[in-house]
Design a binder for this molecule. Sequence first.
Ligand SMILES: [Fe+2]
Ligand SMILES: [Fe+2]
Length: 489
Amino acid sequence: MREHLVAYFESHRKLVESSALQLILTSPQPLDLSRALIDSAGTESPFVTHAMVVEMMAQRAPASSRAPAPAPVAPPPYALVSEGYSTPAAGRGPLEAYGELFASRFATLSRMLRGRPELANVRPIHDLARAEGRAAVIGMVRDVRQTPEKHHILLTLEDASGSIELLAPRGTEAARTPFLPDEVVGVVVQVGRERDRLSRVLSAHRPDVTTPRTPRRTATPERVAFLSDLHIGSKSFLAEEWASFVEFLHGRGPDPALAAEIRQVVIAGDLVDGIGIYPNQERDLAIGDVLEQYAELARRLRELPARMEIVVVPGNHDAVCPAEPQPGLPPEIRSSLPENVHSISNPSTFALGGVVVTAYHGRSFDDLIPAIPGASYARPTEVMKRMLTMRHLAPMYGGRTPLAPLARDGLVIDPSPDILVTGHAHTYGIDQYRGVLLLNASTWQAETDYQKMRNISPVPAHCAVVDLSDLTVTTVDCTEGRVVLRTGA
Ligand SMILES: [Fe+2]
Ligand SMILES: [Fe+2]
């Protein structure tokens, strides 16, 4: 029922808050109620909020049952649009489960591509043999190779009907953006005339982000601080830099007025350093017990002003299953953290003051950077642009990012966010892509020997403070033992 309702709201271009959905599910007629909510919501707001459901339930209740009112449920400080993680379906073998995952990815991404004027008359791949002239297909990239001498691209695309090998000649527009394994693309092809000639790709189209008709912004300045990769428990945790950041947040640094406008803090994973994450990690640890690391995280987060609400997603160093999407922190860890800390899955999409944020730790950089020519950890936002064109955070299966076999592909980027934040690269980046603000939110860990070995030079102790009224960014640079503010990219 839950999935069904989410799909129903999505088909009407509405994003339903998780607490609102919860409430709808408790009603005697969830579908009727959802229909009434969509009818009454109009086209002004893309959100269905907790308050809207409470009001609609009160309107629909028979007069005799209107009192007493249901006990109020405290809504969270954000509107949760979707958590990437969903509970695995029981009784599925791994093959069947991965089959469902990829079918879900294909269904969502091909729906985004269908109906584009460039892809008129899309046909199933197995029909292509019977086509003449130009034709269009949508498929998942199963294989990409280069021809040995001329470096043309040989692309194998697959849909439910079958698979086909296509040729994208070197130097053509279609061959310019590298095809990545397991992404979903639409292509216009010139069908090969002779039996043994490959059809040639004339143009390639990706789902890409869509910009909302009216920008989602707050009416007055309201700021969010984006952080990542605290790595609490590591010997390299930057305690002094963290202390100056804490002072800044309390208004004891430059621009106390700006600090006072920060209402939320978002942390994009690797909250603690964990144990056994990489070879010989114990040499780098100041705290060798993972629960103790979270206890120290709790102390560090209590240093921030208590009025701030803190939203955290886990990363690959955290104590949750590493397969993505990752669930939020387990209850025993969650309960050890302060009450203003809200743990949700990696990735998650949520709205802060109506501005839609997708937070993803960024493990897939480890697969995408080697696969994209010219990509590097120093410029993670370039890779994030590619994620947005694919509308997928971690498409590649079988690399360094383990993918969880869930029935719904929670790594698809849907809806298009206003802000995409990642971490994991331990660098700092601000950029824009088609109206989406891209942030790679630095780290609070100095360079470790392991990173030296992997040629990663971190840009630590930076925080991106975003004004939700206009999405401008102020960088809080806490390196060199003092706080320096910079505006813009
Ligand atoms: Fe990290
Ligand atoms: Fe990480």
